[in-house]
Design a protein around this ligand. Sequence first.
Ligand code: ADP
Ligand code: MG
Length: 690
Amino acid sequence: MTASDPNPLLAPLSTLRGVGPKLLARLEELGLSQIEDLLYHFPLRYQDRTQVTPIGSLREGADAVVQGSVRVASIVPGRRPTLMAKVDDGTGLLTLRFFHFRRAQAQQIKSADSITLFGQARPSGGGIEMVHPEYRLDTTDTLLEEALTPIYPTVEGLGQGLWRKLTEQALNVLGQAAAQDLLESVVESDFNLAEAIRYLHRPPPGAPVDSMRDWQHPAQLRLALEELVAHHLSLQALRAEEKACPALAIKGDGSLIAPFLKALPFQPTDAQERVIGEILADMREPSPMLRLVQGDVGSGKTLVAAMACINAIESGHQIALMAPTELLAEQHLQTFGQWLTPLGIDVAWLSGKVKGRARDAVLQSIAEGSASLVIGTHALFQEGVVFASLALVIVDEQHRFGVHQRLALTEKSPGQTLPHQLVLTATPIPRTLSMVAYADLDCSVIDELPPGRTPVTTTLLDAQRRSDVIQRVGAACADGRQAYWVCTLIEESDNVDARAAEATFALLAEQLPGLSIGLIHGRLSAADKETVMADFKSGALQLLVATTVIEVGVDVPNASLMIIENPERLGLAQLHQLRGRIGRGAVASHCLMLYQAPLSRQGRERLEVMRQSTDGFYIAEQDLRLRGPGELLGTRQTGLTSFRVAQLPAHEQLLEQVVDVANQLLKRHPDRCATLVDRWTGERQAFARV
Ligand code: ADP
Ligand code: MG
């Protein structure tokens, strides 16, 4: 290929057979526009149709081809008639179920001598079954394939056959073109880029099924490494860009910190001291701090944030503190108000619900600089909010900034400086994962809880025992304890969620007439929420029925009992957060998780983790092991949830190598870095996981 030849891999998809304007538009929507994009549209997984599996050795959850003879086939009547059949291959019996079928189908299956099936095996009442398997009767066309079958990520209306045809053509183009191997001479691998791409799209006959399925094949590892390096480089570039911006170098004079510490009813822990030291050192630099503070639930991150605030205020600058929920923001308003108002510091409040004249007044105090600390929700970063001298932005509880929000911030700071940024999170990220997830941030860890805490004990109970639990809660509250009753999300809707909490509230009020019970959910007005929380905090309410709005940050140390309904619906990180609302005082605390039976095996395993441990790092690692990084980091954390080849934790062992390879590339081939980042991290739409 000469320099003037256009690279055929960059040709538009319209040059492929079978791609008309309509399909072209859909592919475009999915972020696919060039032939090369199809090559990086990798299979999500593989089906193994290469061999027949004896029924006796079917693995739960695995796809498999089975051959046998039909023992029974009949239509089971009922509200939803089912076609049921049993297949025998001498090693065991497999049940088939069809919910959509034609009457004739039952007869055909019954009179067949042999049947070949492909489907997913799952346990059912002591035996094993397949629901809606593909099947062939009495034929030598056996559903068997020579090689593993790739299954592509897709969206409604675009079938696997289509993806196979498209990628087939793209692979042909790859055969004639030169794909630039950006890791050449940097990474040792048996596979160069083109070979690895081909292997993943079309595993050859005899490709090792197990290592492919576990994402451990050298071709997969080669591409996963490249992808992780690309993500690391893109975060590093972002960081370098921000670090290159000027920031206000801040060194407080200590005039406020001394009286603050004197008035504080406790001593900072050693861990808090260390982290505060790291933050103050960052803020003294004329380039922006980009720091993440990780600390388990209850480790005292708020104090650390407050001391950073005071440092900025001592130098005459402003701080914006953003929380993900209104409730948490309000609670910060209270805590910071209590700590800072006696020092003569003005704390302002801004949420989306502050409107009209009140809003104008707040905006004015922010613009004039008389409000030193502004606490609120996302509303803080909307247009029209102008700071006199914003020097520090604190984001509580895992909301990370997108690039756009960061850019918006420069416009709010004096003279195009970038404010110092402090992100607080209670979701501990295992170290290896944080090298990819947070490569743009420096990380501090508060690895110690304040003294005098007793760990929460956790019990798992079948929801059928609800009425026992209600009695138990009644007795505990009569005994002077305070309790949360948490109704978890039933649907992704505030309304439904609130109604469930209302129903539970009514039931508990009826069954425990002697108790004073409160109700809090996302649909209450800010003022109502505040009143309820204040009443619970003061002890006027003994029992608080809540939705997961209380998940983060709420701090009522006297509450020592928590009931969580349907815990199986929540992620482990979220359960850990919720449970972190208790165990904050000196009294031993107890958490009851009322699950809906039957639990899946994974569901039980996950709740067992909660029962056995209160260590956020351990829980996060188990969550990563059981469900992958998407759940752990939340769906908002784009980038990580849209890896194409890399799998975590399966590829954890690569992470150590990632930093090294990235540094080598930067040093030896800086010209390749931008192309690499572009190739792997371009805008992508979410595909359904099939
Ligand atoms: P989180 O890290 O979950 O945000 P908080 O900042 O809400 O934790 O702190 C939890 C509780 O611990 C609060 O009631 C806070 O006042 C208290 N606390 C924080 N630091 C200390 C300390 N060093 N000693 C005793 N109590 C502390
Ligand atoms: Mg907190």
